[in-house]
Write a protein that binds this ligand. Structure first.
Ligand SMILES: Cc1cc2nc3c(=O)[nH]c(=O)nc-3n(C[C@H](O)[C@H](O)[C@H](O)COP(=O)(O)OP(=O)(O)OC[C@H]3O[C@@H](n4cnc5c(N)ncnc54)[C@H](O)[C@@H]3O)c2cc1C
Length: 502
C-alpha cells in the first residue's frame, strides 16, 4: 500500500465489480483514480469474489453470444440452443419479480446498457463462457439454455475479481488495501471534496474532485439487518464478505443523500446449514442449493411451505431464503429421488455438504432429523396430487399438482424412486436492497429533494430502486457493471471539468 499521494481526481470507495468498473471507466476518461478497499489484500474483492460470476443481459440470438464469446466453435454452436432474451423480456422479468416496483428509468438504463457493457468489459480483457452446468438442460440431445441467464466471467467470481484488479492496476489506478473510508468531506456548497480514510496507522484525509461510492450493502451488519429487515435477520448466515456493513450508505446519508429502494428487503437463499457465519473464499457460492425446483422442500415437521416449481429457479431462489428463515429453527430440507439426482447442480457434489440418503422416506426423515410421520404423510399426499403431463425442466412445463397447498406448479414428478437424498439448509443473506438514490443516467447521488449532490456518485449493491421483494438471477453483477461504468465516466467528467479548486 502506498499512501504518499493524497489528492486524486476520482476516489472509488470499494473494490468489487461495481467499484472496479467505475475505476476503469474513470481512468479511461483520463482521471487519476484511487480505489479504497477496506479489506486486506488477501481478502479483497467484496461479494464479487464469492459470486458464481453470472451476468444477466439481453441478447438477440447466437450472433450476439458469438460477439461476446468469439472462441465458441461451430461444433459447440451446433450442440446448443441459446434462444434469445429480448430487452423487453429482461424489463418485464424485472418488473414481474419486483411486483412492478422497480424504478422504471433505472430499469431502462440497466436493460439498454447491459449488453454494451458486457462487450465493453470483454474489450477491456474480461473473458466470458457459457453457463453450461447451471443454466442448461439437455433436451432431445441439445443443451437448451433457460431463464435469461447464459454467461459468466471466466473463473466465476474469483476469476472476475482478480481480472478486474489486474485491469484496473494495469490501466494506472492506485489501490489502497486495509483502507476504510469513514467520512465524506463537503464544501459549504454541498460539493464533495474528499474523504477520511482509516488506515492501519491511523486516519488520513484524501482530497478528491469526485467520489464514487461502491462499498456494498449492509448485509454483514447484524444490527442494521435487524433494524431494517426485521426480526431474526441477525441470525441469518452471510454468504459473502464480512466488510459490507453499510459504510457507504451511512456516509452518503450523513452528507444529505436520499434513502431509496426496498430497505426492508434483501436477497437471501437456501444455504447449507453447516456453513460458517460469513462466506468461505474456497467454497465461494457452493453452499447454495438451487436445484429445489426438481424436488421438494419441507421444514422440520415434514411440511411443505413454498411452491418449489412456481417459476424457474432464477426467479424464486432470491426470495426463498426469507421463507426458510421463517421456519422452525430456521432450517429446511430439500428432497430428491433417483430420477432427478443426475440433474442436480454442481453445488450438490461438494464434500462440505449436509446430506442424508436412504432407500425409504422414513429412513430419510430419520437421517435428517425431520418428523417421520409428518414427512411420510406429506410425501404420500404430494405423490397422490401429481397430475399427468410431460416433464421438461428447460421450460415452464405446467406439470403440476392438484388439491394440495402449497401447490407445485411445474416439474411435479412423484417422489417415489429410491434411493432418496436430502440436504439441510438455512437462510443465507446475499445483499440488501435498500440504499441510495442515483440519477438513472449519470449515477450521481441525489439528495432528499432529488437534486444531484455535486461530486458524489454511486453504484452496485448500495444503490436502491432496482430490486424489491425479489430479483432475477445475474442482475446484481450486471447492474453493478452498468452503473459502475456510468458512475466512473460521469465522475471523471465532473472531476476533469472542475475549473478552480473550491
Ligand atoms: C455467494 C454469492 C454469489 C453471488 N452470485 C452472483 C451471481 O452469480 N450473479 C450476480 O449478478 N450476483 C451474484 N451475487 C450478488 C453479487 O455479489 C453482487 O450483485 C455484486 O457482486 C455486488 O458488487 P458490488 O461491487 O456492489 O459489491 P461488492 O463486490 O460486495 O464490493 C463492495 C466493496 O466495498 C468494500 N467496502 C465496504 N465498506 C468499505 C469502506 N468503508 N471503505 C472501503 N471499502 C469498503 C468491500 O470490502 C468490497 O470490496 C452473489 C453474491 C454472493 C454473496
Amino acid at each position: 500500500m502506498t499512501a504518499e499521494r493524497l489528492r486524486f481526481d476520482v476516489v472509488v470507495v470499494g473494490a468489487g465489480n461495481a467499484a472496479l468498473c467505475a475505476a476503469l471507466a474513470a481512468r479511461e476518461a483520463g482521471a487519476a483514480v484511487l480505489v479504497l478497499e477496506k479489506a486486506p489484500e488477501h481478502l479483497r474483492g467484496g461479494n464479487t469474489y464469492f459470486t458464481g460470476g453470472g451476468y444477466r443481459f439481453p441478447y438477440r440470438g447466437i450472433d450476439d453470444i458469438r460477439a461476446l464469446i468469439p472462441d465458441l466453435t461451430d461444433e459447440e454452436v451446433r450442440g446448443i440452443d441459446v434462444g434469445s432474451y429480448p430487452q423487453a423480456q429482461f424489463y418485464d422479468d424485472l418488473m414481474r419479480v419486483t411486483e412492478g416496483l422497480a424504478d422504471q428509468e433505472m430499469t431502462q438504463t440497466l436493460v439498454s446498457q447491459a449488453f454494451p457493457t458486457v462487450l465493453w468489459m470483454k474489450d477491456r480483457g474480461l473473458r466470458w463462457v457459457l453457463l453450461y452446468g447451471r443454466q442448461a438442460y439437455r433436451v432431445g440431445g441439445v443443451l437448451t439454455f433457460w431463464g435469461g441467464l447464459i454467461a459468466e466471467g471466466i473463473g466465476g467470481g474469483a476469476g472476475i475479481s482478480d481480472r478486474l484488479f489486474e485491469l484496473a492496476v494495469g490501466a494506472g489506478c492506485s489501490v489502497w488495501y486495509d483502507a476504510k473510508a469513514t467520512r465524506l468531506h463537503t464544501h459549504r456548497t454541498g460539493r464533495v471534496t474528499g474523504l477520511t480514510v482509516r488506515l492501519p496507522d491511523g486516519d488520513r484525509d484524501v482530497e478528491a474532485a469526485a467520489v464514487v461510492l461502491a462499498a456494498g450493502g449492509f448485509e454483514a451488519n447484524p444490527e442494521w439487518r435487524t433494524r431494517y429487515l426485521g426480526r431474526d435477520w441477525e441470525l441469518a448466515r452471510v454468504r459473502g464478505t464480512r466488510y459490507n456493513t453499510g459504510d457507504g450508505i451511512r456516509m452518503a446519508l450523513e452528507a444529505g443523500a436520499q434513502p431509496f429502494g426496498h430497505w426492508s428487503g434483501c436477497h437471501a437463499v437456501q444455504w447449507d446449514i453447516a456453513s460458517p457465519p460469513f462466506g468461505d473464499r474456497k467454497i465461494g457460492d457452493l453452499f447454495q442449493k438451487h436445484s429445489y425446483p426438481l424436488g421438494l422442500m419441507v421444514n422440520i415437521h415434514g411440511e411443505r411451505f413454498v411452491d418449489e416449481g412456481a417459476d424457474f429457479r432464477n426467479y424464486t431462489y432470491a426470495k426463498y431464503g426469507r421463507d426458510v428463515l421463517a421456519q422452525p429453527q430456521r432450517i429446511a430440507f430439500q428432497l430428491f429421488d433417483a430420477k432427478v439426482m443426475h440433474a442436480l447442480r454442481d453445488e450438490y457434489r461438494i464434500t462440505a455438504i449436509t446430506k442424508a440418503t436412504s432407500d425409504s422416506i422414513a429412513g430419510l426423515a430419520d437421517g435428517l432429523g425431520i418428523d417421520r410421520d409428518g414427512l411420510v404423510r406429506t410425501i404420500r399426499e404430494y405423490n397422490a396430487a401429481v397430475q399427468p403431463g410431460e416433464y421438461n425442466p428447460a421450460i415452464l412445463d405446467g406439470k403440476r399438482t392438484a388439491g394440495i397447498t402449497p401447490p407445485k406448479s411445474n416439474w411435479a414428478l412423484p417422489l417415489d424412486t429410491p434411493p432418496y437424498a436430502g440436504f439441510a439448509v438455512t437462510c443465507g443473506i446475499t445483499f440488501t436492497f435498500g440504499g441510495l438514490r442515483v440519477d438513472p443516467h449519470t449515477a450521481q447521488v441525489l439528495d432528499t429533494e432529488d437534486r444531484p449532490l455535486p461530486g458524489l456518485f454511486a453504484a452496485g449493491e448500495l444503490v436502491g430502486g432496482l430490486f424489491y421483494h425479489n430479483y432475477p438471477g445475474g442482475s446484481g453483477l450486471m447492474a453493478g457493471a452498468v452503473y459502475g461504468k456510468l458512475a466512473g465516466e460521469h465522475a471523471a467528467r465532473a472531476a476533469l471539468s472542475r475549473i478552480a479548486p473550491l
